[in-house]
Write a protein that binds this ligand. Structure first.
Ligand SMILES: *Cc1c(COP(=O)(O)O)cnc(C)c1O
Length: 444
């Protein structure tokens, strides 16, 4: 979710980051806004970005040599922590043999095979370079397959920055979407219909009106980009049923959830088989990767098997393939997912106690190794509307207090925190101790 309002800069000032401040000034001379992805600018939390010098395990170190316990995990890919020795080794070995061939290599087959084996709904898979590219390619394919133009997405879900996704809901449920960024043609925006997440009846209404024009429904099965929101019982099966009934495709965007909650996708947990799946983040082991895959009959329309065009100079890059396969192999270890889930349960439980003891109203959503602390006095956060009602100024203060104590969480209320296998018991305890100290200074 994009936040335009700069949080009020009241109270907490981040200190000891002079080198980052100097680099940020320098970066702004050469890079728009000084960063290569907007959320990194820390605008929503009323301070300036950290420049990271190095990272290892669950720790990141900034250019002023401050060390932080990291809950960002590069926004999802680093389920094994930073600079995992096996991934570093795999990348080094691959690099010695050449960084890019622009020709097929065996490593591509290995990663593709591992993905198809872990996802019963994926017969074949195409590698690309980012989640954005994967999502927009999947939508192009769905449009080609169905011969229809409209897509349905859910409010607060993020599918990268493809034109068809940078759309906000129109004024009423049945009105077409409007561009959410300058540069997105209104003619394209009207093909994207936006529905509240977890709202079955809204989805039914949209299909009752537009069903025969809808190429696909795209959804994050567990949304992470409005902060963590969980799918309500029956919501995803309902999407499967209704898309099937109208001849539309169901696309699961599992860029975050792919290999995050289990060895495979959330689709395996939910027991819902999408037609197409979009992947990224973890499957690249920290290198730039995306992928989309699904039923053979649909995927066979992608060039050169079929005539839906999609290509990439660096797609299937040998370094990225090596990092991805090395990472996935480690995720197959017995009890891997149980352990990080248990670590997260413990952390969230203690975190809740810290807030309760101070009567700070929060909702903490969590599942597996991901969680979001929402500053809200609501009972639960289950969609975009309840997420945006959170107190972002309080969140911003919390963020800056944590930063000063050496705990690094995503610089926005509407993001996920991640725990990796590199978060050992001692790190969890230390993070709780630092959070406790930070909250002693919190002005509720
Ligand atoms: C991160 C993300 C994307 C975009 O992936 P990029 O690699 O950043 O382009 C798409 N969908 C979801 C659900 C994501 O979290």
């Amino acid at each position: 979710m994009r936040e335009s309002a700069r949080a009020s800069a009241r109270e907490v000032i981040v200190t000891g980051t002079e080198n980052s401040a100097r680099l940020f000034k320098e970066a702004q001379k050469y890079i728009p806004g000084g960063v290569n992805s907007p959320v990194r600018a820390f605008k929503a939390v009323g301070t300036e970005p950290l420049f990271i010098k190095k990272a290892y395990g669950c720790r990141v170190v900034d250019e002023d040599d401050n060390e932080y316990i990291d809950f960002v995990g590069s926004w999802g890919p680093l389920i094994l922590g930073h600079a995992h020795p096996r991934i570093v080794e795999a990348v080094e070995l691959a690099a010695r043999k050449g960084t890019s061939f622009g020709a097929p290599c065996a490593a591509e087959i290995e990663l593709a095979r591992m993905i198809t084996e872990a996802f019963p709904a994926i017969d074949t898979v195409r590698m690309v370079n980012s989640g954005t590219e994967a999502a927009l390619s999947a939508v192009r394919l769905a449009r080609a397959y169905t011969g229809r133009d409209k897509i349905v997405k859910f409010e607060g879900c993020y599918h990268g920055h493809g034109d068809s996704f940078l759309i906000k809901a129109g004024s009423g449920l049945m009105t077409a979407g409007v561009a959410d960024s300058p540069g997105v043609p209104e003619d394209l925006a009207r093909h994207t219909l936006t529905v509240p997440y977890n709202d079955k009846s809204a989805a039914e209404k949209i299909f009752a009106v537009y069903g025969k024009e809808i190429a696909a429904v795209i959804v994050e099965p567990v949304p992470g980009n409005m902060g963590l929101v969980l799918p309500e019982e029956g919501f995803l099966p309902m999407l499967r049923d209704i898309t099937g009934a109208y001849g539309s495709l169901l696309i699961f965007d599992e860029v975050i959830t792919g290999f995050r909650l289990n060895y495979g996708g959330y689709q395996n947990i939910a027991g819902v088989k999408p037609d197409l799946t979009v992947l990224g983040k973890i499957i690249g082991g920290g290198l730039p990767v995306g992928a989309y895959g699904g039923r053979r009959e649909i995927m066979d329309m992608v060039a050169p098997a079929g005539d839906v065009y999609q290509a990439g100079t660096l797609s299937g890059n040998p370094l990225a393939m090596a990092a991805g396969t090395a990472g996935l192999k480690l995720l197959r270890a017995d009890g891997f997912y149980e352990k990080i889930a248990e670590q997260t349960r413990l952390y969230v439980r203690e975190l809740k106690n810290l807030f309760e003891a101070r009567k700070i109203a929060v909702v903490i959503n969590f599942t597996g190794s991901m969680f979001t602390v929402f500053f809200s006095d609501k009972k639960y956060i289950n969609n975009y509307q309840s997420a945006v009602s959170c107190d972002t100024a309080k969140f911003a203060n919390y963020f800056r207090l944590l930063l000063n104590k050496g705990v690094y969480i995503p610089p926005s209320q509407f993001e996920l925190s991640f725990i990796s296998s590199a978060h050992e018991d001692g790190d969890i305890e230390e993070a709780l101790k630092r959070t406790d100290q930070a909250l002693n200074l919190f002005n509720n």
